[in-house]
Design a protein around this ligand. Structure first.
Ligand code: ATP
Length: 664
């Protein structure tokens, strides 16, 4: 231990140094690091100073959790780059080649640790890109130790000042499952915030930037947040909100990016990489974070009621690796423009790619022109290919609708360049709500991609998917993913293999519980541990699942019939004048419900009709057009023309709210 690199990074409790400055001089090759006491505290984060108060639950030391001083990241990265000459080893390949690594890992952080321990080039090559900068796994881990230190420096133990922070803890690590809110746009800082929380035994609660204050407060209070970590741009707002929730608030440390130039004079440092790895081991060893500890609370979209906190464990997150089913690989580069407080953006487009050793490029906000441009830059139509070419894209149906609108407004040269570029991506996927057939067909015409539609939910992440290889059937969400069991239960409680009923799912990635709602959790399961999704479904003759919609929002009762709003929407979208639509049932004394369609007409239809001083579409015209496409009882009898549909961050329409609005 005397001369080990660890010695330089983990200080003895009695001489605990503040966090080392990034610019500290590098030790000569082969010499052991010495702790550098007394360096100033990071002005932004306050790291390095202890927050005061008893830290009885300290890891290793009876006096307090240890403040770790990771090696200077910028320097470390240069060293590692200089050193790493071997070709990258994909993370998943590594895990499969080393079965022991896979079997023994119960947390995502242990997988990361295995990669670091073996010092592969994967650790130091870019895994995240944002704002034209690249970030490696080692840099993310170095920053997550900064986060760890911030969390250490606050008194968040059960014996601490914050009464609320001691509520509902049931984990290990020094935080014992305390909730840490993370507020950051999609960025390396967000990732380091989550990793740092996990290393500390905390539960990460990603908070939506788009939430209005009341909703943010609901989530913060509901999850009993002890600490909020936010980037500088949101700090002022979050500090005020944190006071209202009796939570601490701190700035997320910025992550150092990979330098554009590498100094070949720098000494080698396999030692440094193993030091970061050893830090993780040290963190885990005394109060090892367990696989069934809670790791994450995600709030549901609230499409069918007030958002509920869904608790996922470390094991659940690790078992939810989709790389296998969708062929994610280390050569893949994802263009990421989804919010990170939902499973689509967090699991499908971030955790699973990171696990596979792919690169994730964040676009902070969905931009139609920005996405087309990024694809055109990736594959210019002179047949060349950029080294940072995007290969995978995943989005919600509304994004594809907007991308097509953007495409339609391009000039012919731009259209041709855009189609050419999009065709060269390896995979395009869609989910979170129903992908209407007309949209799927048009996208295929323009880009050559038959979108891979899949079905998931906050409670179990992904469950059903069309295949990567094989037939992707429009109007279906495919079959169960590996290790997922699905069954359909009819109203009388009997199971059906061909009929209509509620989809129930059993999966290793099922959530642990709804936060503080034991009754709701218990009611959500049937015998055998199958989760009741609340979605009405059926299967076709080849076993592909068809989602008919949310039972309490999309299934309408008209006379003796039960109708699927999604099925009617898919038909209406085929009409030339219809850009978007939402179908819902409004209360009616005679029939139970009447079918109502809210339609957003296409711009050209509006213009054309405007010239004749007519509406873009009338109920009469729609009824006559629908006659040979829909059974008479499925044809809407009320029509509203709107300029847009109110959608949440995931592009979903809240039909419960719409029903209230229209009912009033
Ligand atoms: N490919 C898909 N086709 C149709 N519906 C889908 C698809 N993917 C997801 N969904 C819908 O999204 C739901 C899951 O989304 P999420 O977990 O965000 O909950 P929510 O229903 O939007 O909100 P809440 O549970 O709060 O009411 C599914 O239950 C299903 O209704």
């Amino acid at each position: 231990m005397e001369n080990s690199p660890l010695k330089s990074l983990v200080a003895e409790p009695e001489q605990r140094p503040p966090r080392l400055r990034l610019e500290r001089p590098m030790k000569p090759r082969g010499a052991a690091h010495q702790p550098t006491p007394g360096l100033p505290v990071n002005a932004d984060t306050g790291v390095g100073a202890r927050g005061g108060g008893a830290l009885d639950d300290a890891i290793q030391s009876p006096r307090g959790p240890r403040l770790f001083s990771p090696p200077a990241p910028r320097l470390l990265i240069r060293l590692l780059y200089h050193r790493s000459r071997s070709p990258p080893t994909p993370l998943h390949l590594f895990c499969f080649l080393l079965p022991s690594a896979r079997q023994d890992t119960h947390t995502f952080m242990e997988v990361v640790q295995e990669v670091l321990r073996h010092g592969s080039a994967d650790s130091v090559r870019a895994v995240i890109r944002a704002n034209k900068k690249s970030y490696s796994l080692v840099q993310l881990i170095a920053a997550s130790f900064d986060v760890y230190n911030i969390l250490c420096s606050k008194n968040m133990t059960p014996n601490g000042m914050q009464d609320s922070s001691s509520k509902g803890r049931n984990g290990t690590g020094f935080l014992h499952g305390a909730r840490v809110g993370i507020v950051a746009k999609p960025s390396p800082e967000f990732v380091a915030g989550v990793f740092g929380t996990w290393l500390s035994g905390g539960v990460a609660v990603p908070l939506a930037l788009s939430y209005p204050e009341a909703e943010l407060l609901h989530v913060m209070n509901d999850s009993d947040i002890s600490m909020v970590l936010s980037t500088k741009e949101h700090h002022e707002i979050m500090e005020n909100l944190s006071i209202k929730c009796s939570a601490y608030c701190s700035i997320l440390p910025s992550v150092t990016s990979i330098p554009s130039e590498i100094n070949p004079q720098e000494p080698s440092s396999n030692e440094a990489i193993s030091s970061v790895s050893t830090l993780i081991t040290e963190t885990n060893s005394s109060k090892k974070i367990k696989g069934d500890d809670p790791a994450l609370i995600l709030y549901t979209s609230g499409t069918t009621g007030k958002p509920k906190g869904v608790v996922h464990t470390h094991e659940g997150i690790l078992s939810q690796i989709l790389s296998e089913a969708w062929g994610y690989r280390s050569e893949d580069q994802f263009l990421h423009c989804l919010p990170l407080h939902h499973v689509h953006g967090l699991f499908n487009a971030l955790f699973a790619p990171l696990y596979s050793g792919s690169v994730v490029e964040f676009i902070p906000k969905f931009s139609v022109s920005g996405i087309w441009q990024r694809w055109r830059e990736s594959y210019p139509n002179d047949a060349s290919k950029s080294t940072e070419a995007i290969t995978v894209f995943t989005g919600v149906p509304t994004m594809y609708t907007r991308l097509l609108q953007g495409y339609d407004s391009m000039d012919p040269d731009q259209k041709s360049a855009s189609s050419y570029a999009a065709k060269h991506l390896r995979l395009m996927m869609c989910g979170s709500s129903a992908l209407p057939s007309p949209l799927m067909k048009r996208w295929e015409e323009v880009t050559g991609h038959r979108l891979l539609e899949r079905y998931g939910m906050t409670e179990f992440v992904m469950a059903l998917s069309n295949p990567l290889h094989g037939i992707r059937k429009e109007g279906t969400v495919g079959k169960p993913l590996p290790r997922i069991e699905a069954k359909i239960i009819m109203e009388d409680g009997a199971e059906t293999t061909t009929g209509v009923g509620e989809l129930c799912i059993r999966s290793p990635s099922l959530f642990k519980e709804y936060w503080k709602r034991p009754e709701v959790t218990a009611e959500s399961f049937i015998d055998g541990g199958f989760f009741k999704t609340g979605d009405t479904v059926t299967v076709d003759e080849e076993g592909y699942f068809i989602i008919l919609g949310r039972t309490n929002a999309d299934i309408m009762k008209f006379g003796g019939y039960k109708l699927s709003a999604l099925e009617i929407e898919a038909v209406l979208l085929e009409h030339d004048a219809v850009l978007e639509c939402a179908v819902l049932g409004l209360p009616d004394e005679a029939y139970g419900e009447v079918i109502c369609a809210i339609i957003v007409p296409k711009e050209d239809a509006k213009k054309k009709a405007g010239q004749d001083s007519k509406p873009a579409l009338t109920l009469e015209a729609l009824t006559s057009w629908s006659k040979d496409k829909l059974a008479p009882y499925k044809i809407p009898t009320r029509l509203y023309l709107w300029d847009s549909l109110p959608r949440n961050a995931m592009g979903k329409v809240n039909k419960k709210e719409l029903k209230k609005l229209l009912g009033a």
